[in-house]
Design a protein around this ligand. Sequence first.
Ligand code: PMP
Length: 458
Amino acid sequence: MTQQTTADLQRLDRAHHLHPFTDFKALGEEGSRIITHAEGVYVHDSEGHRILDGMAGLWCVNLGYGREELVEAATRQMRELPFYNNFFKSTHPPAVKLAEKLSQLAPAHVNRVFFTGSGSEANDTALRMIRRYWALEGKPEKQIVISRENGYHGSTVAGLSLGGMAPMHAQGGPLVPGIEHVRQPYWFGEGREHTPEAFGRLCAQAIEDKILALGEENVAAFIAEPVQGAGGAIIPPESYWPAVKEVLARYDILLVADEVICGFGRLGEWFGSQHYGLKPDLMPIAKGLSSGYLPIGGVLVGDRVAETLIEEGGEFFHGFTYSGHPVCAAVALKNLELMEAEGIVEKVRDDLGPYLARRWAELGDHPVVGETRSLGLIGALELVADKAGGQRFDKTLGAGNLCRDICFDSGLVMRSVGDTMIISPPLVITRAQIDELVILARRALDETARRLGITTTK
Ligand code: PMP
């Protein structure tokens, strides 16, 4: 094969490739950055740059790049059995073993999994299971799912309907009916006139108000990410989840904890729900399940729902060709075994998470930073024009995207959500690499400030 230059690949990309979540026209004018290879926490582009991947791909490459054990697990399974389905009373060893491993790792009341190909499909599956569950319980009118503004649950029609992303809803056409949104616990963005604690309780109260307005008899479930990822790495005030737990306990409503980002060590526990002491009925998972090496997701199903579906259910008319794909399952199993053997989750909880928290918080002294926050290995910085008053930049300046582009050009992937900068690095990052990440982030903040005309004293 002849070697294609960056320009060749960009031309072909422009001509034939429609990228996800992309302004096709704008990208066509600029051209894509072409990532060619990666190792550990670094990716390399076709122009020879090495970039510290502060986003673990797309919140997924938890074990880092270049793990031969995962390559071998895939190769072995491809030779042995590259595909067979799990329909029609069939299965295969990788799906069964992965299901068992997930049941071991999940909270005690969670013992079953329904496999999917992605996080979006996991949330579609959760919605179908919830409604099926209540129908089987003889309460078919319990249909409505309460979700949150600015939550993210995927890009399929059910996923985007469950999510609360206003721009997606605006393009989505008629959404799946029976989904209601309540305010998010985003203190810096929406609650600064209150203390964080008071604001957390207000947001939990909004759920109760919604339940009462809709009627408990019509509400099937509440769905939320333990920490909102795509919405901007939003770590709720400490008061939020305990108050939500109280609200949900007062009414007979299922809890769906979307663990697609928070699962598999991101918050320093196997599942984000465990950090917050939640007891979810359903837990959609994906991403870190295979460290992103192959696409696989699923819904972990608590005993309450599983027992009804099994005992009362008859056939559940739902599933995907790639539900529990053998090669994806073999890689996911190996990924979980490696995480266990290397004590990755404990390391995030006891060492790397606290270390990142300390180093990341140092960026709080920067003139364009209004808030820093982190939990485990997820973190965010809020960009502000006026530090004393906490005033945001004018939206038209695109400060977040500017900072993101500066980061990329100077060797760090940090993502922007509006003017919130977020990180979610591989869980195998070292302390020295966290230091490097913080140095690169500070330099990018300096340059962002300079271009936006904010003085930094140095
Ligand atoms: N839920 C959450 C919390 C997510 O962050 C994502 C993806 N970013 C999804 C669901 C959808 O997953 P996928 O892109 O694999 O469909």
